[in-house]
Write a protein that binds this ligand. Sequence first.
Ligand code: NAD
Length: 355
Amino acid sequence: MDHFVYQGLPSRVVFGWDSLQRLPEELDRLGMARALILTTPEQKALGEQVAALIGERAAGVLAEAVMHVPIEVARHARIESARRGADGCIAVGGGSTIGLGKAIAMESGLPILAIPTTYAGSEMTPVYGITESRLKKTGRDPRVLPRTVLYDPTFTLTLPTALSASSGMNAMAHAVEALYAQDGNPIVGLMAVDAIRALARSLPAIVDDPKDRAARSDALYGAWLAGTCLGSVGMALHHKLCHTLGGTFNLPHAAMHAVLLPYSAHYNHTVAPHALNAVASALGGEHASEAGPRLQALNYRLHLPTSLAAIGMPHSGIREAAELACANPYYNPRPFDPTSIEALLTAAWHGDRLA
Ligand code: NAD
């Protein structure tokens, strides 16, 4: 065994059907007496359901979360949380909602209780992202890590099939990249492999039957593991590309992860064979070179878009994206430069089949 460093993150996880009912006692544990409930405009009714459950401890519902946390939305939420005298936030929704909670927490230090309704994994990470002038800036701050996470699969039953599949592949990307992270370690490796297995078996079942309770629970379990991976170790090329494309071209976050993951994993398979071999075998293969193609085959099975063109990326943006991704690069096991990234993005733009 090589040297490694492992640091657990201090969050409390409550998992299971109907765990929402434990919300009042979990607020007690946090000492939260006036919680601002955050959600998206589309999930406002869910926010109101949460408000009804906690009665006078609700400081109101702010249903303003949108993708990639634009700075203007973050500023308004900070003002609202102060104006309403909130002593914490309940973020009920996907990564956009939890991201808005983080934007408040990074300035005020207010605690977050998260109730995730997608598989994006933000609830398990101290990573925040804010978009300003077309650029998404990300960083780590322990204050933004939700203190308590209630995983209740009930709220994923309404997640549309296509978003379930793409969000699941977003989680998959966290697990895959954790296996070749610069600061990877054996515990995170175990979680990553189990996340890949759980997602690979549950997502097709959800696409076949979105009300399949066993599959919904399994997928949320995989998302928890994958989110923990993302929170515990640094990410690499794939996440860098997604942050760059998401911030600059406003592409749909989860679908973009799904499209790009096979190409970024494949890009690394020769220099990180052990990691990509683990990915391939969790997906039923044997060799590192099969990881990318098997991830792509899973995308086909889930009926997901499989090219950047199909999700609205302009072809003319490829060179700019390649340069931006290299301007302030993340660690990656295989070195990259604008030329190699342009080639990767061009293949992904066309949806070239990996072999
Ligand atoms: P999202 O939060 O943007 O949600 C997408 C849409 O689905 C919204 O309209 C939302 O209201 C709706 N929705 C969510 N759950 C639903 C449900 N159960 N039923 C019906 N509708 C539902 O999507 P996302 O993919 O979860 O989050 C993407 C954002 O999260 C991006 O900005 C990304 O950068 C961020 N993110 C951050 C981290 C991190 O660690 N900081 C990790 C992953 C994602």
